[in-house]
Each structure stands twice: as C-alpha cells, then as structure tokens.
Write a protein that binds this ligand. Structure first.
Ligand code: PLP
Length: 394
C-alpha cells in the first residue's frame, strides 16, 4: 500500500494540503469514492426500503441488502446477523436493553463510556452486579480475568483495541473463558474493525459492535453483529414501522432478524457508503492496513520515548495501534493547542474512559491515531510539533 497515493484519493487533503490528521480513532476521513457513492445513491437510487412496490424502491432495497451482505462478509458473519444502527454506542444500548441476563456483567476498567454506561444502567435497573477486569501495566490483567469470570457471570463485554492505550485485548482467550462459564461475550470493535482483519466466527464471539465513521464511511451508520440463535430470542430494541409482520389492535408479530431490530426508516445511503468504504479497505487488504497503522504508531511511540519528560501510556512489550502520551511539563489541552498551531490534529482529554484515567491518576492524555492516509512524514511533523511544545513549556 502506498499512503502517498491513498492520500490523493481523500478530497479533504487536497482542500487542506497542510493538514496532518492524526485523530482517526475519533473519526476517519472519507475517500472520494465513498462521497461519490452516497451522492450517486441520492441522485439515482433513492427511495425508502422494504416498503414500496415500484422499481426504484426495489432497487434501493437491493442496494441496502447488498450493503448488509458486504458488511457481513467483511466480518465473517451471515447477512441476517448484521443489524444496521447509528454507531457502536447505539449497538451497545440495543444489547443492554434487549438481552436478558441472569448473572453478573464483567467489564474492563479500560472500557469506553459507550460500552460501560449501557451495561451499568442495565445492572442498576435489574439488580445485576458489575465486575471490572483491572488494567495492569496498561493492559488487561488476564490472571484477574480468569478469577473474575466465573459461573456467576452472564456476560463479558470487552474492547478489542483500547482507544486509550492502543493495546489489543485477547478476545479469543476471553471468549473461551466466558463460554467455559456459560457466559456470553460482546466485543466493542470500534477501534479494531477499522484497523485489522476481524472474523466473528474465528474469534468465537457472540456480539460485535462497530461504527462506520471510524472506517471511511459516513456518520450515522454502524453495526451490531449478533449470533442468530441469540438475536432470534431477543426482544426488539425500538418498535415502529419496518420491523413488524402484522399488527392488530391487541396483537403484534415482529419481523425476522435483522429487520426486527431496525425500526423506522434506516440510513440507507449510510449503509451503501459503508459497503463502499469496505470495498476500499478490502482493495488495500486489512492485513496491510493493520501493518501500516502499527508501523506508524510504533514510529510515533519510539520517537516520543526519546523526548525527555514524555511518558507513553502503552505496555512495554506489545505493539500498539494508537499512541497516548503525557508530558510532565504540559497539560494535554496545551499540547493539542500547540500541535494545532502546527496543523497537527490530535485528540486530548479523557477519551471517554474516565474511570481508567482516575485509576492511573491522570485527567487525560494526548492521543495520536494514524490511519491509511498517514505517512512517515506526518509522524515526523508531529514529533517536530511535540518538540515545539517542549521548547514552550519544558
Ligand atoms: C473503543 C471505543 N468504543 C466505542 C466508541 C464509541 O463510538 P461511537 O461514538 O461511534 O458510538 C469509541 C469512540 O471513540 C471507541 O473508541
């Protein structure tokens, strides 16, 4: 893969040639092909789906269902195991609302708020217990995990790649531990599905959620994968049009999965855009995407580690995809502001993981998250800008 060439296919970098965009963990930029696909859907295929009998509605429905099967192929699932939603947050809210649990919920300390809060609310409402797998040396404490996940556990919910530490959690091993204890496992793939090959059957997970906007697709489209036998028995998350088979005044029969979980008019153009984004990533190859992102993250990490006063928050012995750091002489917001003056866009703050920040005794970090359109030169510009921060505050 050639990031210099890839970059040319993203209109934002022609509009803003000076931009060093290193905040793809927050949201990715969009290639021209995805922007054009959405525009062409609205220009030539737009109609509501699953309702109209005319030709145009039929074509829109075919596009929507084709998008679903392309997303399913991308993660090794069947089409009817993929539910289109707005984003990872909505996927977890669906699960926490609709999944019947009779036992403890196991989360990790590093979980994103969007993963923690829906489960915490469910636990409060239903009198379930939440247990946390601790973080040790910036990674999941697997010894503790083996003790915490036991026969009282009903569900383990875990991030695949941490948006704070960039570390990859051993989901296959956690899936084995969960299943040995007759518990389910749900994986937050918000940071992994955009960055590495992910196959739900190989990982043997019961649920996987992710957001299109972090993987070249538009905002407002995301997915929940769920094992069909479990989804089939779950109650719908929202009710309304498009998700019923029959409604009488005193009776209602739901549609089959996945329509049962997609009440109201869906984001059809978003789904079509997501399928186009997937074609783009497939063309590069997810192994290459993974290698490239890690290579740039490792370059950023090793160069940051050479700057005195900088602390990189990552396990010493593991490769990472996203780099969080602190500087003992400057606040993350000040760092991000000086980087901004150098046209380097990074994220600063608690990264929606406040309990994790509290545990390690900091209010936030500065985070660098490279993606397919970033080059080694971007990392060098970022490092030069960090040195400027040091010269101002250090
Ligand atoms: C690990 C992780 N989970 C969940 C989310 C939430 O994603 P969204 O805001 O698209 O729902 C994010 C977003 O940054 C994330 O990094």
């Amino acid at each position: 893969m050639n990031p210099e060439e890839i970059r040319k296919e993203f209109p934002i970098f022609s509009e803003r040639p000076e931009l060093v965009y290193l905040d793809s963990a927050a949201t990715s930029q969009k290639p021209g092909t995805v922007i054009e696909k959405i525009s062409s859907f609205y220009s030539s295929k737009n109609a509501n789906v699953g309702r109209g009998l005319y030709r145009l509605a039929g074509e829109a429905t075919v596009e929507y269902q084709r998008a679903r099967s392309e997303v399913a192929d991308f993660i090794g699932a069947e089409s009817d195991e993929v539910i289109f939603l707005r984003n990872t947050t909505e996927a977890t809210n669906l699960l926490a609302s609709s999944l019947d649990l009779d036992g403890d919920i196991v989360l990790s300390e590093m979980a994103h708020h969007s993963e923690q809060l829906p489960w915490r609310r469910k636990a409060e409402r239903e009198g379930l217990e939440i247990k946390y797998i601790p973080t040790k040396d910036k990674k999941l404490d697997m010894e503790a995990a083996k003790d915490i996940i036991d026969e009282d556990t009903a569900l383990v919910s875990i991030s695949h790649i941490s948006n704070v530490f960039g570390v990859e959690n051993p989901v296959e091993e956690l899936a084995d531990i969960a299943h040995e204890n007759d518990a389910l496992i749900s994986v937050d793939g918000a940071q992994s599905v955009p960055r590495k090959p992910v196959d739900v059957k190989d990982m043997d997970v019961d649920f996987l959620s992710f957001s299109g906007h972090k993987m070249l697709a538009p905002n407002g489209i995301g997915c929940l994968y769920g094992r069909k036998d479990i989804l089939k028995d779950m109650e719908p998350y929202q009710v309304g049009g498009g998700m019923i088979r029959t409604v009488k005044k005193d009776e209602v029969e739901w549609e089959e999965v996945p329509e049962k979980f997609e009440a109201g008019t869906p984001n059809v153009a978003g789904a079509v855009g997501l399928a186009e984004a997937i074609s783009y990533l497939d063309e590069i190859g997810m192994d290459e995407v993974y290698r490239h992102d890690r290579e740039l993250a490792e370059k950023a990490r090793s160069e940051l580690e050479n700057i005195q006063g900088v602390d990189v928050l990552a396990p010493k012995d593991e490769e990472i995809s996203v780099v969080s750091f602190t500087m003992n002489f400057a606040h993350p917001h000040d760092i991000a502001e000086i980087l901004n003056q150098e046209n380097v866009a990074v994220r600063a703050g608690h990264h929606c993981a406040q309990p994790q920040m509290e545990k390690i005794g900091i209010s936030g970090t500065t985070r660098v998250s490279p993606y397919i359109y970033n080059t080694e030169e971007d990392i060098s510009k970022f490092i030069e800008a960090v040195k400027k921060v040091k010269s101002v505050f250090g």
